[in-house]
Design a protein around this ligand. Structure first.
Ligand code: ADP
Length: 573
């Protein structure tokens, strides 16, 4: 039965009991009232009539007057219509007979007195009969009243017990299953899906329990299937990572190795189960490669594995989730092939540049001879052509020189001759070398280099080359008749800083990070200005090889400043 029907039945039952109780009370009250009414009507009135008759007859002892007769007759008629008890009719008839005799009268006083006595006797007889009936009926009413009270009290007590047990049990009947359900739902919200409710009733709670059990079963199935699919996805990702040609190592945020694919294991020389779950710095204590991998600044690594030497580029990606770093992935890309091709290219460039230098130098020599008047007169047009060939030869020599320098740096054959030298020397050499070009463009070079500056630890030739390159760029990109400032100063960290500032067109901010890349040239440079795009890349290599730093600041329309730093010479301290 549903809770709704149970409630209806319970309340209906109480209602019926209350109505029965009320009905019984009304019934017994009615019976009592009927008994009392009967006593009043049947007997009390008769007693009253009889008293009236007695009063009338005793008011005069001689012959009955007309009034007396009328009163007695009226009451007797009323009595004759109110015969209720057994024997009352005979007594009333006798009373009528005696009254009729008394009414006609008799001269005989004795006979009249006798009639009066008989009348009295009949009247008292009727009164007694009715008084007895009153007493009997009263007893009966008492019995009815007691029985009624008992029955009503019994019904009331029963009603009370039913209502009391209803009041005690019903809240629990509703609240207990809700309490149980709440506790189970809390468990489910804590991902504890093995929850079952056993409501035995077949009402709404029973249905609720079944629905809840179905829900937790489904959640459990879903959780398990989710786990299975996550595990499947994990396996798939592991397979993909393992089948990659690059070495991949995953670390969590604490530096514990989560995974390392087969290539990574081969390079490190350890098995996956020796790596997984281990703290990477612990492995690094005994493993060279792991040590190198954990250091951030090595982008290219030479690794000897599987009895072969290989080159790998190292990339480290930090993995974040909701702005929180949750680990990192180290990827080692095999660039051996690329490296070999690059080396072949560099060697080729070095060979070609070297081979080109000799014929270019001989062209230059021949040009010098052509310019010599002793060899023969040249006309103005020919002189112009010789001048052009001379310019192009100089450029060719410059380019081959730069290519050779780059090849030297790339093949690691860069030779540095360190010495302790005053910055003024570097400045003097550079300014002298660049003076001709500056004068041609009417650019004034303003030098600020304090004599009190300490000496620097540097390769004089390479550093001068860098400064010449920066000055020549500054002049190249300056407007005619402008100035270029060359400032040398000591920095707070004891390094010596050289800066070259021009007031040319400047460089767009987006190109600044790429300026020191090989072969990079800012787009839209005029052909007259364009070079190889190698100058700044080589300058960077030269300065960094001397443990210095090179950088640039520029603003479109205002000009650019290139800086480089050198270490202070220890002897000069
Ligand atoms: P290049 O031989 O072409 O001058 P660099 O490596 O010296 O090669 O310079 C690279 C590029 O940087 C140049 O092509 C030029 O566009 C830009 N650049 C260098 N110096 C300056 C400067 N002082 N003002 C504006 N642009 C410059």
């Amino acid at each position: 039965m549903t809770i709704k029907n149970k409630l209806r039945a319970g309340i209906g039952f109480l209602f019926v009991l209350a109505i029965i109780c009320c009905g019984m009370s009304i019934y017994f009250l009615n019976r009592l009232s009927a008994d009392a009414g009967a006593i009043l009507k049947d007997n009390y009135k008769t007693v009253k009539y009889m008293q009236n008759i007695l009063t009338a007859i005793d008011s005069r002892t001689d012959k009955l007057s007309a009034d007396q007769q009328k009163t007695i007759n009226d009451n007797l008629v009323l009595q004759e219509h109110n015969i209720t008890e057994a024997g009352e009719l005979q007594l009333t008839d006798s009373l009528r007979a005696v009254f009729e005799s008394l009414k006609h009268g008799s001269d005989n006083k004795i006979a009249e007195s006798d009639l009066r006595n008989r009348l009295h006797k009949q009247v008292y007889g009727i009164m007694k009969l009715n008084m007895d009936a009153i007493a009997r009926k009263n007893d009966k009413a008492n019995t009815t009243s007691k029985r009624g009270s008992l029955l009503v009290a019994f019904l009331g007590a029963f009603l009370f017990l039913v209502a009391f047990s209803f009041a005690v049990n019903f809240p629990g009947y509703i609240a207990n299953p809700i309490k149980e359900l709440t506790a189970r739902i809390k468990e489910v919200s804590n991902k504890n899906y093995h929850q079952q409710i056993h409501f035995e009733s077949d009402d709404e709670f029973g249905e609720l329990g079944q629905a809840f059990n179905n829900m937790t079963r489904k959640l459990d199935e879903f959780e398990n299937s989710n786990l299975a699919s996550i595990l499947f996805e994990k396996k798939r990702i592991e397979t993909i990572i393992n089948s990659m040609h690059d070495a991949i190592i995953g670390l969590d945020e604490k530096g514990v190795i989560i995974f390392a694919n087969q290539v990574a294991c081969n390079l490190i020389g350890m098995k996956a189960d020796q790596l997984n779950g281990k703290y990477a710095p612990d492995i690094a204590i005994e493993n060279d490669l792991m040590r190198k991998l954990l250091v951030n600044d090595q982008a290219k690594l030479r690794i000897f594995a599987d009895e072969r030497e290989g080159f790998y580029s190292r990339e480290s990606l930090s993995v974040s989730s909701r702005d929180k770093v949750i680990g990192k992935v180290i990827i080692l890309k095999n660039i051996t092939e690329y490296q070999q091709l690059d080396e072949a290219k560099t060697n080729f460039i070095a060979t070609i540049s070297h081979e080109l230098k000799t014929p270019i130098s001989s062209i230059k020599m021949s040009l010098k001879l052509l310019e010599d008047e002793r060899i023969g007169e040249v006309n103005a047009e020919q002189r112009q052509l010789i001048g052009n060939i001379d310019d192009d030869t100089r450029r060719l020599l410059l380019i081959t020189g730069e290519l050779l320098d780059m090849a030297q740096v790339e093949t690691g054959k860069l030779q540095l001759n360190f010495g302790s030298t005053h910055p003024q020397n570097i400045v003097d050499y550079a300014v002298k070398a660049i003076k001709f070009i500056a004068d041609q463009k009417h650019v004034e070079i303003k030098v600020k280099c304090d004599e009190s500056l300490p000496k620097v630890h540097a390769d004089l030739d390479k550093t001068t080359w860098v400064l010449i390159n920066l000055l020549s760029n500054a002049i190249k990109y300056s407007h005619e008749k402008s100035t270029v400032e060359l400032v040398v100063k000591k920095r707070k960290n004891d390094e010596i800083e050289f800066s070259v500032t021009d007031h040319g067109k400047g460089i767009e901010e987006q190109y600044l990070p790429r300026l020191f890349e090989r072969y990079f040239k800012v787009p839209n440079a005029t052909s007259e200005q364009s070079g190889t795009g190698l100058g700044l890349a080589i300058a960077k290599d030269f300065i960094e090889a001397q443990a210095g730093k090179i950088s640039v600041d520029s603003e479109i329309g205002s000009g650019s400043t290139f800086y480089f730093t050198l270490k202070r010479a220890i002897a000069a301290a």
